[in-house]
Design a protein around this ligand. Structure first.
Ligand code: GAP
Length: 440
């Protein structure tokens, strides 16, 4: 499908209509850049995070997970460099008071909205501040974390020693981060509250570049394995002048959204910067002790840092398809079965002859097997299929008159619309197997 600006508004309205994503505090006029995930959206995003966790932690012997707190000691942000350097260049229009990121303005010194003059460029720190405890003064200031990574670095030795790990090994976590972005936008793409899926991989310094290459490929393939079209994905290596001062290399996994190629995830070689910075800042060495050489050293860090909301948005956009035209048009979200919010819909053809009772039993069996399913008894069967296609449900199970004769049901597959007959007693096993086989 061609990437048109209209596609984004179609997706935003589909998300609201079908209960994927709503604007936060909508009845009060909404809160800029904050979004709420509805019943379908929360399942989709949970499945995205689960797919990440499975591939990065559950299925690996060399990576463990943690769940660190959002509020951390203020000195963490001093040592990490965020207090001094986590800033964006900001300009205000003197006339209409609009605010812009200076680095996002293309060759213009006039306000794109009203043509007014800009103020001087100021550095704007992106961290949200709050106070801990009842006294609201400087000493009580704490920050909402702008990345989950620092919770991993400060716990490096706790995790390494308690889990008895030896480099190369990784620590991953999924959690909320907050950034007071100057120009949030493009739906859930850039928001002020978002969820990250980050993993810090600690390696002997001499192995850094081989692991950097490994993680770039591994992460790019993850998106492909979960259904993103390969021609919509690319790896973009940062130029030297784009690199953070501590990074030896960085590449972005980019997706071609309707608003252009944009970052989904960054993979960085952070060297030994973070462990050294926190050792200096805290006065407690985070050096690793190598039992074999009897030497201490600071491992290098390769960091694949992804956004759960951005990945979810990419899966939504990429799965969107319209087949046919006019009144025959069918909207389908072609989600990978592992990501689909609802795995199976159970549909009795009519509301009589014992069909609802038979369908209810199948529905209960699916739920008892932890297969998120949906029961729909209302309207013509074609309309019910269409509703499920638009929600991205990979399988529909229909109980019809033949079911009453031979105890089989129709299993319809979303993408091909192919229908086969399966014994009722086998249907849960058949769906479980299809879901399992689709997982990478
Ligand atoms: N620890 C490294 C780090 O945080 P980053 O590139 O700033 O690197 C990693 O963030 C990922 O987090 C991004 O690739 C993106 O997917 C997500 N992310 C960052 N800022 C975001 C925002 N304002 N809204 C939504 N997602 C964001």
């Amino acid at each position: 499908m061609a990437a048109t600006p209209d596609l984004m508004s179609t997706i935003v309205s589909l998300c609201k209509r079908r209960g994927f994503i709503f604007q936060s505090s909508e009845i009060y006029g909404g809160l800029n850049s904050c979004w709420d995930y509805g019943p379908l959206g929360v399942e989709l995003k949970r499945n995205v995070k689960e797919a990440w966790w499975r591939s990065m932690i559950t299925n690996r012997r060399d990576i463990v997970g943690i769940d660190a707190s959002i509020l951390m000691h203020p000195k963490v942000w001093e040592s990490s460099g965020h207090l001094a350097g986590f800033t964006d260049p900001l300009v205000d229009c003197k006339k209409c008071k609009s605010r812009f990121r200076a680095d996002h303005l293309e060759n213009t010194d006039k306000c794109p909205k009203c043509g007014g003059e800009f103020t001087e460029v100021r550095k704007f720190n992106l961290m949200f501040k709050t106070f801990m405890g009842p006294v609201e003064d400087q000493s009580a200031t704490v920050f909402m974390r702008p990345e989950t990574a620092q919770g991993i670095f400060v716990n490096f030795l706790n995790v390494q020693q308690s889990a008895r790990l030896k480099p190369p090994f990784g620590i991953g976590q999924i959690g909320k981060s907050f950034r007071n972005e100057i120009t949030p936008g493009n739906f859930t793409y850039r928001t002020r509250e978002f969820e990250q899926m980050e993993m810090e991989f600690f390696v002997p310094p001499s192995e850094d570049m081989q692991w950097y290459e490994y993680w770039k490929n591994f992460r790019l393939n993850w998106y492909v394995n979960y259904g993103i079209k390969p021609d919509k994905l690319r790896l973009r290596e940062h130029a030297k002048d784009e690199l953070a001062h501590y990074a030896k290399g960085c590449a972005d996994v980019e997706y071609e959204f309707p608003f252009g190629w944009s970052e989904l995830e960054g993979i960085a070689n952070r060297t030994d910067f973070d462990l050294k910075a926190h050792s200096e800042g805290s006065g407690k060495s985070l050096a690793y002790f190598d039992e074999e050489t009897k030497q201490h050293y600071f491992p290098y860090v390769i960091e694949p840092a992804a956004g759960a909301d951005r990945a979810t948005l990419a899966f939504l956009v990429d799965s969107y398809d319209v087949e046919g035209e006019g009144k025959d048009a069918r909207t389908v979200l072609r989600f990978h079965p592992s990501l689909a919010p609802i795995k199976a819909a159970v549909l009795p053809l009519v509301k009589r002859d014992g069909m609802p009772e038979k369908a209810e039993k199948i529905y209960n069996d699916l739920l008892d097997n932890s297969i998120k399913s949906f029961y729909d008894l209302n309207s013509a069967i074609g309309r019910r299929y269409a509703r499920q296609d638009e929600a991205g449900t990979p399988f529909c199970i229909t109980v019809d008159s033949q079911s009453l004769e031979d105890d089989t049901v129709t299993l319809r597959e979303r993408d091909s619309r192919e229908q086969i007959r399966v014994a009722s007693s086998q249907i849960v096993d058949v769906i479980s197997k299809k879901l399992k086989d689709s997982r990478k």
